[in-house]
Design a binder for this molecule. Structure first.
Ligand code: NAD
Ligand code: TDX
Length: 358
């Protein structure tokens, strides 16, 4: 009708290319932060899914993260190394898909010593890809990469086609793994799907990472060691939004493709630190400026339009998500106290990383 606005058609969500219903999947690194949240997420969402969790239980692997589902008949735990080709091959004969989270993940640890990062993140991923190549019936290999593969950017956003320019031994190892997954797709037709998420936060994150370290330190009236001037920028993504993104890419992603995952909600570290203190009713002078991280990336920022076109959007707002996360650490004091007070490995790392800074 003249004068009336034409109705804009709502873009239809792309159809599912795969399904998780009735499938058995291998989750590597499922005893870590994101892996354990992902297992809980898929078991809650798909009644007929089965999950095999292969985890070496390094310092970061913790079966307490999965205590509530340990008895679920759809869940099986295998303690093992992703670099153990025989163990991996044995499991792949029983599954139709792989979600690969296992990695060494802490940038500061990679700066102190990068060897384990190359071995696990690069060679471990290679071992899995080789095994997938020789296993018929694998419908997808979802590789969890990171937004750190692009390196730092002062303004604008990285698209998936941007050059990879990693700064730390951690992110360089993740580039190796990310590109191996891609190369196996190109060379052998491996059904690889790659996600590159931004900084995750939420329950069960090991208290070496920024948000759980600062939250638990503040709860104990200990200093919050802020690197440099606290003006580095991170794009905080709630772990549940990341789990939904990974599910989306498994169901509807195109094999061989990489998908950025971010909240597009950037914060200066100092502002996040102040917000945590405010939520806990603690004084700002707990913040202690310490010498900067070597090669510290100033800002990460990714363009997520490719993922959004598959029907994903961020659902957890940072303010609400941070409040809920801080509450989780308050209510689950025993979970982190066990690590902070009983793990000799944790104490040794804290001394090594922060002792020299004080
Ligand atoms: P995490 O450190 O909490 O957990 C890693 C898990 O992998 C642990 O359970 C550990 O025991 C296991 N693991 C390590 N080496 C192994 C090996 N050789 N064999 C078997 N298991 C092994 O890590 P996270 O924060 O949950 O990160 C999961 C994945 O997501 C990683 O690949 C990481 O690079 C990526 N990522 C993390 C973030 C983040 O903000 N945490 C953001 C983007 C991408
Ligand atoms: O004590 C600290 N003080 C501090 O100022 C720590 C541990 C961190 N920081 C700063 C460094 C970063 O700018 O806080 C920011 C976040 O640090 P981390 O939690 O160590 O995360 P980051 O280095 O950004 O990397 C994380 O996101 C991408 C994950 O650890 C990676 O696994 C993921 O790939």
């Amino acid at each position: 009708m003249p004068g009336t606005k034409p109705k804009r058609k709502k873009a239809a969500r792309p159809r599912d290319l795969r399904t998780l219903r009735g499938k058995t999947i291998l989750v590597t690194g499922g005893a870590g932060f994101i892996g354990s949240n992902f297992i809980r997420y898929v078991l809650g969402r798909y009644e007929d899914i089965r999950v095999i969790n292969l985890d070496k239980l390094t310092y970061a692997g913790n079966l307490d993260n999965l205590a509530d589902i340990a008895g679920d008949p759809r869940y099986e735990f295998v303690r093992g190394d992703i670099r153990d080709a025989a163990v991996v091959a044995g499991i792949l004969g029983r599954v139709q898909g792989v979600a690969h989270f296992a990695a060494e993940t802490h940038v500061d640890r990679s700066i102190l010593s990068g060897g384990e990062f190359v071995l696990t993140d690069v060679h471990g991923t290679y071992t899995l890809l080789e095994a997938v190549r020789n296993a018929p019936g694998i419908e997808f290999f979802l590789h969890v990469s990171t937004d750190e593969v692009y390196g730092s950017r002062d303004a604008g956003f990285f698209k998936e086609t941007a050059a990879l320019n990693p700064s730390s031994p951690y992110s360089a190892s993740k580039v190796g793994a990310d590109r191996l997954a891609h190369a196996f797709h190109v060379t052998y037709g491996t059904p690889a799907l790659i996600v590159r998420p931004s900084n995750n936060y939420g329950p069960y994150q090991y208290p070496e990472k920024f948000i759980p370290l600062f939250t638990t330190n503040a709860m104990e009236d200990q200093a919050l060691p802020l690197y440099g001037k606290g003006r580095n920028v991170r794009d905080w993504l709630h772990v549940e939004d990341n789990c939904r993104a990974i599910e989306t890419v498994i169901l509807r992603g195109e094999t061989g493709q990489a998908y950025n995952v971010g909240a597009n909600d950037e914060r200066f570290n100092i502002d996040v630190a102040k917000r945590i203190l405010k939520l806990l009713g603690k004084p700002v002078d707990l913040i202690k400026f310490v010498p900067d991280r070597l090669g510290h990336d100033r800002r990460y920022a990714v363009d997520c339009r490719k993922l959004k076109a598959l029907g994903w959007k961020r659902e957890v707002d940072f303010e609400a998500g941070l409040e809920e996360t801080v509450r989780w650490y308050v209510e689950n004091r025993n979970w982190w106290l066990k690590i902070k007070t009983k793990s000799a490995e944790y104490k040794a790392f804290i001394e090594k990383n922060y002792g020299v800074r004080s």
